[in-house]
Design a protein around this ligand. Structure first.
Ligand code: PLP
Length: 395
């Protein structure tokens, strides 16, 4: 088998081949599913060798190691830990770098379950959590305290998709020895690579674009260099966090087509976003690729493209009208998650999920995940939704 030197290849080529090792497995083209708990040692001396990569499936196994290497490549980092979900990648990374007495700055537009972890657990264990305006940029330095240990970003953020100035924040944090962690699920490692922009840790929900097929849950965290990787790996090991090999193999399947799916999703989403902007029922469309998005300039500077999720703020209307809109759609069933082949609608809870920048808008905030359906069919569906929205208000 000829070995391919992926380091010399472009990203498209690497995405097609990363994680594969046919030479290790009798020519088998895909990464194998190492469905195991026990890993056998050839003898007593081998067991005593603590540097041995494979000891027990929870620590490392041939499937997880291939995936972690591939994700480190995707994110331009040193190495990765794989986790059972995106949220567990986030909590593992936070626990790896925080201790009681530390101050942690957290972006205000984070994924709401991340906020729950910060409020319910980090705070309870004596970490001082402070939320900041996601558009703060280098101004974050004014919020640094002696005990600031971590700046936690999500870029773009959830619901409103505020793109953070990751290079500026990472730069001022680095000067103070503060660790920067970025939730990079939106960009999927394709549109943005936080480590290349100075961040220490990039985490992702591989449940989203990498999976792409709404059939698995998976996450990972990538470290910028060896020392930070060791801390991540220790936290994952001590917490018992690891990813199931069956999910990893499915994620590899999604990875091969991820970039072309995202490209199509972005094209459809842009068409739909521009159509939505003209609708009288919509106050505002949140999509960073639109010129009037508040952080469009940073997105344009740092990102290679957009994906298929956007939010709309409907005109203030009674709950019945908002429900009539959602309930009359057929191609946008209500459901959590995004990045799959299929379109979805998810109402966003705003007021209780913003503290640094209070949410004062009236009207329902709805997130649309644009899948691989024909965008004209999706637009026709949304048109029906608006007709129902208007009719419900006339009653
Ligand atoms: C979905 C999501 C997560 C969590 O991922 P799971 O795999 O569902 O645990 C984390 N961050 C963002 C931005 C998300 O949208």
């Amino acid at each position: 088998m000829k070995k391919i030197d992926l380091n010399l290849m472009s990203e498209d080529t690497r995405l097609a081949h990363m994680g594969r090792a046919p030479e290790d497995y009798y020519g088998v083209v895909n990464p194998v599913v190492a469905r195991t708990s026990t890993i056998l040692f050839p003898n007593m001396a081998a067991y005593e060798d603590t540097d041995r990569l494979y000891r027990y499936a929870r620590y490392s196994n041939p499937t997880s190691v291939k995936f972690e290497r591939a994700m480190a490549d995707l994110e331009a980092g040193y190495n990765a830990v794989s986790t059972p979900s995106g949220l567990s990648a986030i909590t593992t990374a936070m626990l790896a770098f925080l201790k009681p007495g530390d101050h942690c700055l957290v972006s205000d537009s984070i994924y709401p379950p991340t906020r729950n972890f910060c409020n319910r657990y980090l705070s309870r264990w004596g970490v001082e959590v402070e939320y900041y305006d996601p558009t703060i940029g280098a101004g974050i330095a004014e919020k640094f305290k002696k005990n600031t240990a971590v700046v936690y970003m999500e870029s773009p953020g959830s619901a409103t998709f505020d793109v953070q100035d990751v290079p500026a924040i990472a730069d001022v944090a680095k000067k103070k020895g503060i660790i920067t962690i970025v939730d990079n699920s939106w960009g999927g490692g394709i549109l943005f690579k936080p480590i290349e922009h100075g961040a220490n840790i990039s985490v992702q929900s591989a449940t989203k674009y990498i999976s792409g097929h709404a059939d698995l849950m998976l996450g990972f965290a990538v470290a910028d260099h060896e020392e930070n990787y060791r801390k991540l790996k220790l936290a994952a090991t001590d917490l018992g966090v690891f990813a199931a090999p069956d999910n990893i193999v499915l994620a590899f399947r999604g990875l091969r087509t991820m970039k072309i799916r995202m490209r199509q999703n972005a094209e459809s989403a842009m068409m739909i976003a521009q159509w939505l902007q003209k609708r009288p029922e919509v106050q505002r469309v949140y999509y960073p690729a639109l010129k009037d998005h508040p952080t469009h300039a940073i997105w344009k500077r740092d990102f290679k493209g957009a994906n298929g999720i956007l939010s709309i703020l409907l005109k203030d209307a009674p709950r019945e009208a908002n429900h009539a809109f959602g309930d009359s759609l057929t191609l946008f069933p209500v459901g959590s998650s995004w990045g799959g082949y299929e379109s979805l609608l998810q109402p966003q809870v705003m007021q209780t999920n913003r503290v640094a920048v209070p949410w004062t808008e009236k009207g329902a905030m709805l997130r649309l995940q644009i899948g691989l359906e024909d965008p004209q069919d999706l637009i026709a569906d949304l048109e029906k939704g608006f007709a129902a929205f208007n009719a419900a208000q006339k009653k």
